[in-house]
Design a protein around this ligand. Structure first.
Ligand code: UDP
Ligand code: MG
Length: 327
């Protein structure tokens, strides 16, 4: 039976969370009375999550496994889930139970009212460090300011997407993905539901600072040219300042003389600072250019977004082979 709701959970070393995730999602989804599926996307786990996913899928056909050949990152794992999902609505949820599955019922209700994107807004975050909360808050507000897409503040990837939205997003094969930005960019009828973000059920965050920074850079470069334009702004400002400085220097030079003992521009420190400052600005601008060019290069190569070692279809045919053969 074709599922009405698909749940996608990206999994990277979450072995202790998987049984609880399955239990709570099942409990919630069975209340809806609709056929559903749970896509568990294994993003190159090394802690036995892969085997746990295979076991769950063998026991219950509503669990459909996607297994990556290596770690491709959270956003790519969710993308694979979207590719393989079959439901009329798709819910993206973290595997660590920070996103309470019970909120899915609110989302479905909002979807039934005709909304095509129902995103969950974090009103509170539990069990996260001050640093994480601060960086997250700064990040959401920065993105909101400098990008053209108005991505709702304090929303993560926990959301429900209608099939129409999923189809559009699946046709956007950009490599450096920022899914919540893409979901905002496509438009359609969107609405938020508030929720309290819980602490992790088990384990540690799989988003170290480096990964967060990469996500932030992808978000900014995918949805804004502002960093590129910054070079222009700084250029105009420093050129303007230099022009203003010319008459000032001339006047000061004429007004003071070497004999009087006052040397206005005797030192080299001023020159040195100006040169170093401009050199720094130029190198930063080059680096920003590099961020964009590197991404263009990645797009041009046109490699697949991810490599799977097991897809839901392969998982089904594996099971059929295991069945006893008669005749
Ligand atoms: N995740 C993933 N690949 C990664 C990093 C994380 O699939 O490279 C998954 C992870 O298993 C979890 C979700 O993405 O289900 C969110 O990660 P996490 O909870 O570590 O992030 P946080 O909530 O701390 O921002
Ligand atoms: Mg988490």
């Amino acid at each position: 039976m074709k599922p009405v709701i698909s749940i996608i959970a990206p999994v990277y070393n979450e072995v202790d969370n998987l049984p609880e995730l399955y239990r709570r999602v099942k409990e919630v989804m069975d209340q809806t009375g609709e056929p559903w599926e749970l896509l568990l996307v294994d993003d190159g786990s090394q802690d036995g999550s892969t085997q746990a996913i295979r076991r769950l899928a063998a026991e219950d056909p509503t669990v459909r496994p996607v297994i990556f050949a290596r770690n491709f990152g959270h956003q790519i794992a969710v993308t694979a889930g979207l590719d393989f999902s079959r439901g009329d609505a798709v819910v993206i949820i973290d595997a660590d139970l920070q996103d309470p599955p019970e909120v899915i019922l609110d989302m479905i209700a909002r979807w039934r009212e005709g909304n095509q994107v129902v995103y969950a807004v974090r009103t509170e975050r539990e069990g996260e460090t001050f640093f994480k909360k601060l960086t997250a808050s700064v990040f959401y507000r920065l993105i909101y300011r400098i990008t053209d897409v108005k991505i709702p503040l304090d929303t993560g990837d926990f959301r429900l997407l209608d099939r129409a939205v999923v189809n559009v997003m699946n046709s956007m094969r950009e490599r450096h993905r920022f899914l919540r930005g893409m979901a905002a960019w496509v438009g359609f009828q969107q609405i938020g539901v508030p929720y309290r973000r819980a602490a992790r059920f088990s384990g540690e965050t799989k988003y170290p600072f480096k990964k967060m920074l990469r996500l932030a850079l992808n978000a900014i470069t995918s949805f804004s040219y502002f960093p590129l334009q910054m070079a222009t702004y700084v250029g105009f400002i420093s050129a303007g300042l230099s022009i203003l400085a010319i008459p000032v220097v001339i006047i000061l030079r004429l007004a003071t003389s070497a004999e009087s003992g006052v040397h206005q521009f005797a030192g080299q420190a001023t020159t040195l600072i100006a040169v170093l400052f401009l050199g720094g600005v130029q190198l930063i601008s080059l680096g920003i250019l590099g961020e964009y060019i590197g991404r263009i290069y990645d797009e041009v190569k046109g490699r697949p977004l991810y490599i799977t070692s097991l897809t839901p279809e392969q998982s089904i045919s594996e099971k059929e082979e295991e069945l006893p053969q008669h005749g």
